[in-house]
Write a protein that binds this ligand. Sequence first.
Ligand SMILES: C[S@@+](CC[C@H](N)C(=O)[O-])C[C@H]1O[C@@H](n2cnc3c(N)ncnc32)[C@H](O)[C@@H]1O
Length: 285
Amino acid sequence: MVMKREWLAWELNWLRKHGVGVEREDLESYGEKPVEYITGWAAWRGGEVRVSEAVLIPRIETEELVSHAAKEIILREKRRRDREKGFFEPKEREGVSSRIKKPKKKTWRIAEVGTGSGVVAIGLAEVLRAAGVPNFCIAAGDISPAALKIARKNRLLRAIPSTDLVFWRSDLLSGFDVFSDRDKFDLIVANLPYIPTSRQGKLAKSVVDFEPVRALFGGEDGLDLIWGLIKQAPIYLRKGGTLWLEFDESQAETLLNWGNSNQIFNISIQMDQFERPRFARLTFK
Ligand SMILES: C[S@@+](CC[C@H](N)C(=O)[O-])C[C@H]1O[C@@H](n2cnc3c(N)ncnc32)[C@H](O)[C@@H]1O
């Protein structure tokens, strides 16, 4: 027996808002398709972005990933400014020799891996600008050319200059080789596919039938791409730089056990707003 879809009030409002039909026969024709794919629009950080079935619909938890990652750079920029102030004051007071090097202006270098619709990179650019971080450059990659098309549309839609954010095709970090010798990254952030394939049968039809397989599944335990990225990260991160990851709560223990026994990264786990362990901060020792 086919169950009739129960439409939620917000879904009907979303359709109406975007001028999409909500008559009975319209609703029947949509089947289980998420309203974001029907309208081509999804909510993101108090605004909207374009989506298609080539990209994952942005999730609310991922907004938290953006906040964590942005804070990393905001704090470092604040420390840099404090050092800059500290440089001028003693010089005037104590007549310190001009041989002391003036702290350099810093361009914060950030990479996002698995950008999809571009929301994480775009969110980072928006938060950093709003926080008054003047110099940053974000490079965001995805393996899917169709996803990158949407990401570029969203960059224009949200008026982020291409000097702040560029998108390109890359398998994890391998397409970022131009950065590996010099100008390493201060921050790498990723919300990679992490659903264990064993869970495929348990997912809602609106997810498995419509969202891109390549955006959802990360192998048997869901960690294949995350391990792949962790392996590559030391080539691209500068010492002291951080890698922020979103993952499934079932993977927290595995990540923590690995983190406690490895010599390359310090790891800490962060909870999401629902008190579930969902984010990892890895600092390159
Ligand atoms: C979970 S989605 C996240 C999308 C977006 N960052 C977000 O948070 O809404 C994962 C993304 O990783 C991309 N992806 C999958 N395998 C990849 C790989 N080997 N290298 C780069 N990107 C990959 C998918 O195409 C998809 O867009």
